[in-house]
Write a protein that binds this ligand. Sequence first.
Ligand SMILES: Cc1cc2nc3c(=O)[nH]c(=O)nc-3n(C[C@H](O)[C@H](O)[C@H](O)COP(=O)(O)OP(=O)(O)OC[C@H]3O[C@@H](n4cnc5c(N)ncnc54)[C@H](O)[C@@H]3O)c2cc1C
Length: 573
Amino acid sequence: MPFDPKQRPPLDRVRDADLIILGSGASGLTAALTALLAGLRVVVLEKAPHFGGTTARSSGTAWVPNNRMMRNEGITGDDERAATYLEGLVGNRGPRRPWQAFLDTAPRMQADLADRAEIAFRPMPAAPDYRPEIDGAGSGWRPLEPLPFDGRKLGGYFDLLAPPIPELTVFGGMMVTRAEAGQLVHAEKSLRAMMLGARLTGRYVRDRLKYKRGTRLVMGNGLVARLLHEVLKRGGLVYEDVTVTGLNTDDGEAVTGVSYQRDGKAGALNAARGVVLAGGGYPSSQAWRARELPTPTPDHSPAAPFACGTTIELALAIGATLGAPGLDNGLWFPSSLRKRADGSLAVFPHIALDRAKPGGIIVNQRGRRFANEALSYHDFVRAMYAANDDEPCIPAWIIGDRRFLRRYGMGIIRPRTPFLKPYLADGYLKYGATVEELAAKIDVPAEELQKTIQRFNGFVRSGVDEDFSRGSTIYQRSNGDPAQEPNPCIGTVGETQLYAVELHPTPLGTSRGLSASIDGEVLRETGDPIPGLYVCGNDMQSCFAGEYPGAGAQIGMGMTFGWRVARCTADRT
Ligand SMILES: Cc1cc2nc3c(=O)[nH]c(=O)nc-3n(C[C@H](O)[C@H](O)[C@H](O)COP(=O)(O)OP(=O)(O)OC[C@H]3O[C@@H](n4cnc5c(N)ncnc54)[C@H](O)[C@@H]3O)c2cc1C
């Protein structure tokens, strides 16, 4: 029988659950699924009109060191290497216990959900960790990519699944993986790529006869769809559009359930084992951003719109406390902004496709480079903030010539986009026939920009960036162009026909969250747990103390602690 949200019991008829979970991203749904596997009755309440949160917009990669797939390949000892890495990365910025719990649990979580449910990933053997200069960093295999999922299996719930960021899809609704996108760009050069394009497009066209978007779901959308499917299969109840107004307690002590509003009606739901907060942190709240993130306060985020800290506020209202502040409490993408035809704003993350490619540079408002453009997105934005103390770097500009734009694209503009006019017309893309002309368009000193380009071009032959060491690590080079020698990240920036796109720091998530035990028990300032209250995902204090070890660190962490929380509640009698 296909799943049908109309067949759900109305929420106001559901009075009791074992576990109530607030939030339906990867963390909340992992907690839900794990609790269902343990035989608990689970209700997921989602504030947004759609399920999936930021996870549904993400690449869906999960960082799982020492995972079973690596061990099956004969790669052993990764637990120790990863511990050395996290020791070096986190250092004294955060305690060891939480990240050690992550390392001990993540491979068990992944194997358990693969064996007992259909949560399927494949390894990414060529995805190095983000800080290869630190001892113990991996050169691949730790990041796992979710397998595609057929959205049709969700029945009527498919329409309730949050869509991906449209600019990350083809034709505004067809999803492709990063590897597929890479193949499709050069489709005319290979029969295999051409056939892939034909197959994907054929499926998409058929889908569109019946559905609002493609049903072949990949990346984060595929991951949450898969989790949701497994939750529904096991009788989990999930409700969208629910505003939880308070956590109910037993004489102000143990959390016993929630009060909520839905369809204009107030209700209450009891939880025998507890309530799990999985609201995705506060990347989308201007008030929280102003309070917790560095200045200038970012005005935009590519994260889900309801990841606004309201779950954290519910906990703070009954005596919970935030963890220690980190370096900047944010997890970052440099993003460009563009108004869509419907008036909404596209916040497009420059993850890896353009910044590290040869022939481009990023300059500040003085026309000077200020950082290694090939750093991870998180570290690049941190460098942007640090450099902004000396010279205005927010916003900054990514610059490349026509060849660069055509070959690699820039932000929303894909490689080999034939018509640039719309992007130029709305100001997303700036153009200058000469350096001087571009400098005037982006309001940076022309002489300085000229000097910057010439100095950078002086590094091309040797491949050594004497200023910022661009392309000096395996991670940075993995995002360059292997055809460029000697350094895949350093190529000549032309001095005519130049283009630029403006870049802003935008939080993809937040790292300062509720103080919690390694089982996700929410703690008071005294360090005592609030009975019946749990947390996971971005709502929880980051076990990496705000550092970003590698691709998938957020989802890996969220799923791992979601799994731990559910097992902890299930073990309690
Ligand atoms: C474009 C993009 C790509 C990314 N790619 C990756 C990646 O590949 N790997 C990775 O590790 N990280 C990635 N990230 C970051 C990652 O997606 C998030 O950090 C992670 O998904 C957060 O998971 P979560 O479960 O904590 O929150 P979410 O997935 O945001 O889910 C939280 C849910 O809680 C709901 N909610 C909020 N408040 C309430 C409330 N009061 N009551 C009920 N529900 C509430 C929200 O509406 C939301 O649906 C990416 C982020 C972006 C923007």
